[in-house]
Design a protein around this ligand. Structure first.
Ligand SMILES: CC(C)(COP(=O)(O)OP(=O)(O)OC[C@H]1O[C@@H](n2cnc3c(N)ncnc32)[C@H](O)[C@@H]1OP(=O)(O)O)[C@@H](O)C(=O)NCCC(=O)NCCS
Length: 331
């Protein structure tokens, strides 16, 4: 059976840096509160109507270059985002159009912070069955245009940033390396602990002025509930992928967690006895970029030379849904 291997990555973040001090001017918050509670110092916000697919396109060009793959060699695009340009169609076809790849399939994934893990897992299955040989998996978000930047929305608005990351996943006959296994989970009982209610398609009528006034067009989060579940699920998911492959925590070179909150990352590291150099973190620079955070972190880890051939790498995420999952890679 063929293995799926990540052969190239790319990332793109908008140029505009928004510091905690910038947010202090918009709402009742402080640099100290944000750093202490979430580990975030700054994030990037878009300045033009570039959209999730536009951000992903920039990341995709770099990923293709790093993988030494021509756009025409891509068989499938998988696009994970919770902030698509339109309610429909999804961002996948928009990225496909930008790449000039008319005719190839584009699959949109709606699993929020776990979106990239779900996307990579789907890519793995298609490659294992032999249906496709070269798949682009993108994670991209434009959060900044949809956050409540007043004091009412401060618990969420300070956490999120915009950005994109892309991985090229190719079929390989090297049975020792690549995606060793993926493990996906969800628990819909917690769907409303982290969600945006409106404008959805449930209510009749679908759109009302009240939705804009009562703030239900902005994301809602039960922060404490999310925090509590995140730490448990991150740990379970890491254990699950290690156990499935008979790999001990000591053998892992690097854990790349979804960048939700530095305190969550530290709690997970502590649970496994990892020093912080073995658990990747860049949340101080970008905040939580949801589906983009793992591919951005993976790309930075590769560029920093932290990952070498033969290393065991764990990708792990938790987020809205609740959804969570992990992937064990051998580089
Ligand atoms: C959001 C989060 C940082 C809040 O931290 P916390 O320690 O739980 O803080 P609380 O929600 O208890 O709020 C403490 C106080 O800070 C206030 N506060 C909330 N946001 C604030 C902000 N941006 N600036 C200043 N004060 C803020 C609250 O109103 C509250 O005030 P009160 O004590 O007067 O009522 C934390 O719950 C968290 O990280 N949750 C998980 C978030 C996450 O990872 N989401 C993505 C999942 S993929």
């Amino acid at each position: 059976m063929n293995r799926a291997k990540i052969t190239g990555t790319g990332m793109y973040i908008p140029e505009k840096v928004v510091t905690n001090f910038d947010l202090e001017k918009l709402m009742d918050t402080s640099d100290a509160w944000i750093r202490e509670r979430a580990g975030i110092v700054e994030r990037r916000f878009v300045e033009s109507e570039i959209g999730a697919a536009g951000l992903a396109y920039e990341a995709a060009k770099k990923a293709l270059e790093n993988a030494q793959v021509e756009p025409k060699d891509i068989d499938l695009i998988i696009f994970a985002t919770l902030s698509p340009e339109y309610q429909f169609p999804g961002s996948g076809v928009l990225l496909q159009e930008k790449l000039g790849l008319q005719g190839i399939p584009a699959l949109d994934i709606r699993n929020q912070c776990t979106g990239f893990i779900y996307g990579l897992s789907v890519a793995d299955q298609y490659i294992k069955t032999g249906m496709y040989k070269c798949i682009m998996v993108a994670g991209a978000e434009v959060h900044s245009t949809g956050l409540d930047m007043s004091t009412r929305g401060r618990d969420l608005a300070v956490l999120f940033g915009d950005g994109a990351g892309v991985a090229i996943v190719e079929s390989s006959d090297d049975s020792d390396c690549g995606i060793l296994s993926s493990h996906l989970h969800a628990d819909g009982r917690f769907a409303k602990e982290l969600y945006i209610e409106n404008p959805g398609c449930l209510h009749i009528p679908r759109y009302t002025d009240e939705m804009f006034e009562d703030g239900s067009i902005y994301p809602y989060m039960n922060g404490r509930q999310v925090f509590k579940h995140a730490v448990v699920r991150f740990c379970e998911a890491i254990e699950e992928c290690l156990k499935a492959n008979n790999v001990s925590p000591d053998e892992v070179k690097l854990v790349i967690p979804h960048q939700a909150n530095q305190r969550i990352t530290e709690a997970v590291a502590q649970r496994f006895g990892y020093t912080m150099d073995r658990v990747f973190s860049n949340i101080h620079k970008y905040g939580n970029t949801t589906a983009a955070s793992i591919p951005i972190a993976l790309h930075e880890a590769l560029m920093e030379g932290i990952i070498n051939e033969g290393d065991y790498i764990v990708l792990v995420a938790f987020g809205s849904g609740f959804t969570w999952g992990s992937i064990l890679l051998r580089w």
